[in-house]
Design a protein around this ligand. Sequence first.
Ligand code: PMP
Length: 357
Amino acid sequence: MKKHNYSAGPCILPQEVFEKSAQAILNFNDSGLSILEISHRSKDFVAVMEEARALVLELLGLQGKGYQALFLQGGASMEFLRVPYNLLRDGGKASYLDTGTWAAGAIKEAKAFGETIVVASSKEDKYNHIPKHYAIPADADYFHCTSNNTIYGTQIKEFPETKIPVVCDMSSDIFSRQLDFSKFDLIYAGAQKNMGPAGVTLVVVKEAILGKTGRNIPNILNYQQHIEKESMYNTPAVFAVYTSLLTLQWLKRQGGIPAIEKINEAKAQLLYAEIDRNPLFNGTAVTEDRSNMNATFLLKDETQAQAFDQYWKEAGISGLTGHRSVGGYRASMYNALPLESVQVLVDVMKEFEKTNA
Ligand code: PMP
């Protein structure tokens, strides 16, 4: 039986995406060939890449606005490095908001390239909130933030206004909510949450911000090279790109981001209401900054952990354990997780209360 999969990533994808991608491994487009054995330069795959790149811009409302979508490799972690390489001028400075482990990872890489200012950090509060009311230096080359903090369960609801280019790691909430994406100059996201399988990273970049560093950038790290080569500078992650396309097509059929956002809000409200009501649990993130993607919570009495774990596992729930660095529980409610799965978890929490309060 299919599990209720709360895994933080790689994570649940729509069932029809699993089925169609499995079919493409056996016989892609009725070609008599597997998608795994054809050239990335074949007509059929070039069409996949073109459609995927266009659909990303369409879903984000960025078509015709000077943006390019790229499907690269190396994970979001590679973009921690590629961003300063491409945007931080020789002798310039970068500014970062520190909201969690991944933001800190991005900061660490930028420091290797030049002056890196951390405009604010919630580290001292175990990253339980998003810092606000900070100043972004007007002379920095860019401002970098992480829209959703996968490990700590916080999410930026309002992005700061600034005239300098804004870079955002949207790995764990891209395509989940409506934003004015044109306010961002570079967005990146590892595919393995809302977009597809691990192995490919989406980069959406406004072309006008590139080529200003005065630095000699190796081709594989150079966004302009990838744009020129239409995201085929080197062999792309063919299967991951195809499966991402299937997920993007699925999202479009659901009604795109506006439709999925409503469902995501309903799922988050249902679960947070139970976390707040149930006397056995505590949420870990400050209420106003709670993530609609990853809900983090703790048992007030940790000695009940073994019993609770047994309850949810017996209900067919998988992947509810918190990140190894913070413990507790994390319910990741990405786009493909149905509302019914959240109801199952809420019922388990209620049932557990009856016997353990
Ligand atoms: N940023 C965020 C917000 C993430 O959640 C993750 C991974 N979960 C990463 C970056 C790192 O991504 P990758 O493993 O693809 O390098």
